[in-house]
Write a protein that binds this ligand. Structure first.
Ligand code: NAD
Length: 283
């Protein structure tokens, strides 16, 4: 009996491998749909089984779109551990390795195993309300703001040590990969994705005789906990942005941030492409 089960499992596993399933997740714009049709044909010609319905047994997930589509795809598929690669049909394409003109070359390189798999670090937030606690995970950043563009007053702690009473538009907690996104627009430092750190960046901090807030970012060791405690009046008038997705919590008491235990895997085709990417996207 044991033999039969393991024999069955062996062939079942082999079946999945020989299926060479590749997920394709695309946004709905015209260029993405056109690119997806071409990609499907190229993959079939190379012996792969592309699917536009997410298959958890796939060996790779290809996201066609911009950075926003990449972020949405990762969230929608619950931070799946299947390696990801992006085809850029958007504007900046910081997460995207492939341009639509290079699809054939990409499939060839992939087939020949000429790639590196990078681990992308994520940030986790444990949200405590009066009645429950919820975990949220982000690839780029999590932002704590007040609703309706009001000023917010927040107490910030690092490993339970009080750091500051912040007043301003909000506090942004960024991952290394997210440091080139909203964090960068707020004057935050760019962190190399290999660093096991995250960043606390103030958004429009107020500095007057009435309020004193740190005006620069702080780089936090990955194993430290940052706690944000909003003043009571924001307990039900808060806005939490997770990679641009809005949440609001009733009875919000505290948010603890730390590097998540989860990571996602991203395909890279050139060693040290990070610096070239940074230069070409920003300068
Ligand atoms: P979107 O796809 O239009 O993205 C907004 C912009 O952020 C795009 O130009 C995109 O290329 C860029 N971007 C996203 N991730 C990046 C990264 N890691 N490095 C460099 N640039 C990056 O819109 P969306 O779906 O709302 O995307 C959500 C992201 O937009 C958020 O995670 C946030 O980082 C970013 N954002 C930026 C600002 C700002 O810079 N002022 C404001 C709001 C949101």
């Amino acid at each position: 009996m044991i033999f039969i089960i393991s024999y069955y499992q062996y062939f079942n596993l082999e079946d999945n491998v020989s299926d060479k399933i590749i997920n394709i997740i695309s946004n709905s714009n015209y260029d993405s749909r056109k690119t997806t049709s071409r990609l499907i044909q190229i993959l079939i010609d190379n012996g792969y089984t592309p699917t536009t319905t997410f298959n958890p047994s796939a060996e790779l997930t290809i996201c066609v779109g911009g950075d926003g589509s990449f972020l949405k795809a990762v969230h929608k598929n619950s931070f799946s551990t299947i390696p990801l690669v992006g085809v850029n049909t958007g504007h900046l394409g910081f997460f995207q390795e492939i341009s639509p003109e290079n699809l054939e070359e990409f499939v060839e390189e992939y087939k020949n195993g000429n790639y590196i798999i990078e681990e992308v670090k994520l940030i986790g937030a444990e949200i405590f309300t009066r009645t429950k606690s919820i975990i949220l995970t982000a690839i780029n950043e999590i932002v704590v703001k007040a609703q309706a563009s009001k000023i917010i007053h927040l107490n910030a702690y690092v490993n339970r040590n009080h750091l500051e009473k912040f007043s301003g538009d909000g506090i942004l907690i960024s991952t290394p990969s997210g440091s080139t996104a909203y964090n960068f627009s707020n004057g935050g430092a760019i962190l190399h994705p290999s660093l096991n750190v995250y960043e606390l960046t103030p958004i429009a901090p107020v500095n007057s005789v009435a309020y004193r807030s740190l005006s620069s970012s702080i780089v936090i060791p990955g194993n430290y906990v940052v706690s944000i405690v909003p003043e009571k009046r924001y307990s039900s008038s808060n806005l939490i942005l997770v990679d641009g997705q809005e949440y609001s919590f009733k009875g919000l008491k505290k948010i603890n941030f730390r590097m998540s235990n989860k990571t996602i895997k991203k395909l890279t085709f050139e060693n040290e492409s990070y610096w070239e990417n940074l230069k070409s996207k920003f300068l």
